[in-house]
Design a protein around this ligand. Structure first.
Ligand code: SF4
Length: 234
């Protein structure tokens, strides 16, 4: 019996990774289409340090908590999303997702002053929406290990609507294999795919100075309704 060959075009389209919920649309489309990234040495070191802290945090979380699972798979055909939650806690209020992030000191100061990073919050809200969870917790540690800040989140319908619209846009561009317009902002200065968007660093820097503010379409939920928490479950 002849065996059908698997061709590149017969592969199922890549699912949307939750970590990209709050990124530039063009970046997210590049990811699902498999575009490469240019990761510098500093970022690589930060990623290694973050992974080690991540493991330590999960061990800390598991200690003494019977109703805790780590690296919980999330796959939802309707949303077209696939990923892994850092942890899922069963509590008296219901199931809570726990998302863990590490950031350098300067960014930590900004988070302590202004609240969670948009990308972190979007990822947390996506897990809550897809998993229909009672809420979520975002734990941010300063790298190298130092200060910690904990935010807790409730389900938020305005985020659900926004996330659905953004993922739908990613899927549309993915099926057409077409990159969307750039969403220029100061994030372009540290983007590891910037070469797909600007001819050279001077052009990039000039364009970012002219347009430093990110303006996603549709407009992002304008408030981050978070609560500060003193412990992961409080
Ligand atoms: S360089 Fe800017 S516009 Fe291009 S993918 Fe990165 S963040 Fe988006």
């Amino acid at each position: 019996m002849p065996v059908a060959k698997t061709t590149k075009n017969s592969r199922p389209p890549r699912s949307f990774p939750p970590s990209l919920a709050g990124t530039c649309l063009r970046y997210a489309v590049m990811e699902v289409l498999g575009f490469g990234r240019l990761i510098d040495e500093e970022s690589q070191l930060a990623m290694h340090a973050g992974s080690a802290l991540h493991k330590t945090f999960q061990e800390e979380l598991m200690r003494g908590r019977a109703m805790c699972r780590v690296e919980v798979a999330v796959k939802d055909e309707t949303w077209g999303v696939s990923g892994r939650m850092d942890a899922l806690l069963e509590t008296g209020k219901g199931a809570l997702v726990v998302e863990y992030k590490t950031v350098a000191s300067q960014r930590f100061d900004a988070i302590a002053a202004d609240g969670p990073l948009f990308s972190h919050w979007a990822q947390l809200q996506l897990y809550i929406a897809v998993g229909q969870l009672a809420g979520g917790v975002l734990v941010v540690d300063e790298r190298p290990q130092g200060r910690r800040i904990i935010f807790s989140a409730d389900p938020d319908p305005s985020w659900t609507v926004w996330l659905k619209a953004r993922i739908s846009q990613v899927k549309q561009h993915q099926s057409m294999r077409k990159l969307p317009e750039r969403e220029i902002s100061s994030a372009c200065l540290t983007c590891d795919r910037w070469r797909r968007c600007f001819a050279d660093p001077d052009v990039r820097d000039r364009e970012v100075v002219a347009h430093p503010q990110w303006e996603p379409r549709p407009v992002a939920p304008d408030t981050r309704r978070f609560h500060l928490a003193s412990d992961i479950v409080s």
